[in-house]
Design a protein around this ligand. Structure first.
Ligand SMILES: NC(=O)C1=CN([C@@H]2O[C@H](COP(=O)(O)OP(=O)(O)OC[C@H]3O[C@@H](n4cnc5c(N)ncnc54)[C@H](OP(=O)(O)O)[C@@H]3O)[C@@H](O)[C@H]2O)C=CC1
Ligand SMILES: CC(=O)C(=O)O
Ligand SMILES: [Mg+2]
Length: 570
């Protein structure tokens, strides 16, 4: 049953909610609860008399009080628990607090702290957000979707929990990730919290720790696989299409075995994209575009080593390949400059174990057969570094400290400004810290990491790294695609997003070695991405035919800033 409707007073033009809930029901609903900010009139008409303490405060005072309490929490996990509890009490206060203190709050509601939280979700969770779909309730998916209390669903972030950050299979404890991504859709992208839905496809887990944990709250079975899994995903996607035909679906933190298949199967059937493949690829190429400006190089002046050819690695490799081709290189010539390494070592074209998405990035055997190797057989990182002399090093393996000092030093000797992206999350999984890169490269490295790191002093200079995280792309892509009423998310739209992000980096920031806008600008960055995406959708004939000024206006109107709307009893 609807608890409120959005209205506009025909006489004054004032926006208000006509509220049907009363008393405790109102206070228990995070979409509606204003807590001490309920006005005396609202208290009298909405059955709140006596249920609140006497003082009437405004939103700013509530945020100040919440911030004070936040600062007193002893560690980041306690801060996370505090923020989630606040979100469960009042979304407006939560989002105002997060947007007022973005730089401080994002590392708590998102990586790295959300990773710590997901590792213990069944122990720390007090209330549940979004929906959980299991093999047991997928049979009545229509009923499940009808249980959603949001007034409208426009944006869905879905995971099956198989690859949560670099922490592996966390089953439905991984729901912290869609919840965190939704928080960024609202705080950075400006979507209204009433239209964003986190979803967990809880198909079980192969994580024995969770299966053995008496407190684990998920579906306690080994992961559904094969046809049964695919049928469940198909049923879910078709139900989304029936219930929310205009919504955008973001695939998040699936395992690589299912992520590529789901993306290919559904990218033309439903408005959707995969954040780990496409969002990460777009963010990394944006950072590389800036790096090329800093170095005054073309993409074809560099040689690339990508370690970890799963979702993120393949997404990044695809975009580097496209950038090289755009400079006029043939596909073969472009691919020969990318040295892609996975568990088996350098990908080489005669390897029968290559996955289909990895195949375009395999080196020709003839091209590497003359190399001097440390040991015969597997061609490892050090072999590639010594023989191919890469100038750009990308890590997306979730292997802590994988980039040894020796590897970093050799890459540092191959070029004036080595580019090192250690993108694995959370912080504990990073392939190399900025400090390690700078120490090994005599402070020359242009460095990006997946989770944030502080600056460092080096020979009297302050060195800064960029946080290269798909959070720079996905909120704006979602907003832009929705505002444009796009029918799909294309590579062209993602490239437009990358150009917009890179274009925001100022010459002063470039001089400091920064390749992406600072976190404080993420709201503006998301707006620019949304505009670029909507415009590109129009150019490709997939979105609404509005001119640039209209698109800007539509995006501005779609962006919500946290505030309380007056309530009238309905
Ligand atoms: N900064 C950002 O915006 C993003 C960061 N990431 C991070 O990147 C990491 C990987 O994510 P994702 O690509 O989606 O995961 P995937 O599981 O899809 O891919 C990881 C790949 O790395 C391989 N790998 C593991 N260890 C090694 C090693 N020692 N040498 C070479 N290859 C290795 C894995 O092989 P195998 O499967 O055989 O183990 C796998 O193919 C995670 O930590 C994730 O948090 C992901 C998306 C966005
Ligand atoms: C950032 C992100 O999407 C990941 O690490 O999976
Ligand atoms: Mg992810």
């Amino acid at each position: 049953m609807r608890t409120f409707s959005f209205k506009i007073d025909p006489l004054t033009g004032e926006e208000y909610y006509e509220v049907y809930a009363r008393g405790r029901q109102l206070l228990n609903d995070p979409h509606l609860n204003k807590a001490s900010a309920f006005t005396p009139e609202e208290r009298a008409t909405l059955g709140l008399d006596g249920l609140l303490r006497s003082a009437v405060t405004d939103l700013d005072a509530q945020v100040d009080r919440a911030y004070e309490a936040f600062q007193h929490k002893p560690d980041d996990l306690e801060k996370y628990i505090f923020l989630v509890a606040l979100q469960d009490r009042s979304e407006v206060i939560f989002y105002k607090l997060v947007t007022d203190h973005l730089k401080e709050m994002v590392p708590i509601v998102y990586t790295p702290t959300v990773g710590t939280a997901c590792l213990q979700m069944s122990n720390i969770q007090r209330r549940f957000r979004g929906i959980y779909i299991t093999p047991e309730n997928i049979g009545h998916i229509d009923q499940v979707l009808q249980n959603i209390t949001l007034p409208q669903v426009s944006l869905i972030v879905v995971t099956d929990g198989e690859r949560i950050l670099g922490l592996g299979d966390l089953g439905s404890d991984g729901m912290g990730i869609p919840v965190g991504k939704v928080s960024l859709y609202v705080a950075a992208g400006g979507l209204h919290p009433h239209v964003c839905l986190p979803v967990c496809l809880d198909v079980g887990t192969n994580n024995q720790r969770l299966l053995d944990d008496p407190f684990y709250l998920g579906y306690r079975q080994p992961r559904l696989r094969g046809e049964a899994y695919e049928r469940m995903v198909e049923t879910f996607v078709m139900a989304v299409k029936r219930h929310f035909p205009d919504a955008l679906l973001q695939w998040e933190d699936f395992g690589k075995g299912t992520a590529f298949k789901n993306l290919e199967r559904y990218r033309d059937r439903i408005l959707s994209f995969n954040d780990d493949i496409q969002g990460t690829g777009s963010t990394a190429i944006a950072a590389l575009m800036t790096a090329m400006r800093i170095k005054q190089h073309r993409f074809s002046d560099e040689r690339y080593m990508i370690v970890g050819m799963g979702q993120a690695g393949t997404g990044i490799a695809m975009n580097i390949l496209a950038a090289l081709e755009a400079e006029g290189l043939s596909r073969e010539d472009a691919a020969s400059r990318i040295f892609a390494i996975d568990m088996q070592g350098l990908l080489v074209d005669d390897d029968p174990a290559l996955d289909a998405p990895q195949r375009p990035f395999a080196q020709r055997r003839a091209a590497v057969s003359g190399w001097t190797l440390e040991a015969p057989g597997r061609i490892g990182m050090m072999d590639v570094v010594r023989n191919a002399r890469p100038t750009v090093l990308v890590g997306v393996t979730a292997q802590t400290g994988l980039f040894s000092e020796q590897v970093l030093r050799e890459v540092g000797q191959a070029t004036d400004r080595p580019i090192v992206f250690a993108l694995s999350n959370p912080t504990s999984k990073c392939e190399a810290t900025p400090e390690q890169v700078w120490k090994a490269t005599d402070g020359k490295g242009l460095v990006a990491t997946g989770s944030p790191f502080p600056p460092m002093e080096w020979n009297g200079r302050i060195l800064r790294s960029s946080q290269c995280n798909n959070m720079y792309i996905f909120p704006g892509v979602g907003l832009g695609a929705l505002v444009a009423k796009a029918s799909k998310v294309t590579d062209g739209m993602l490239l437009a997003a990358s150009r917009a992000i890179s274009g925001m980096v100022t010459p002063e920031q470039e001089a400091q070695g920064l390749m992406l806008p600072p976190m404080e600008d993420i709201r503006r960055a998301s707006t620019e991405v949304a505009f670029a995406v909507a415009r590109q959708a129009r150019e490709e004939g997939l979105g609404r035919l509005a001119d640039d000024a209209e698109l800007r206006l539509l995006i501005e109107k779609a962006q919500w800033t946290p505030h309380f709307v007056p309530y009238r009893a309905g």
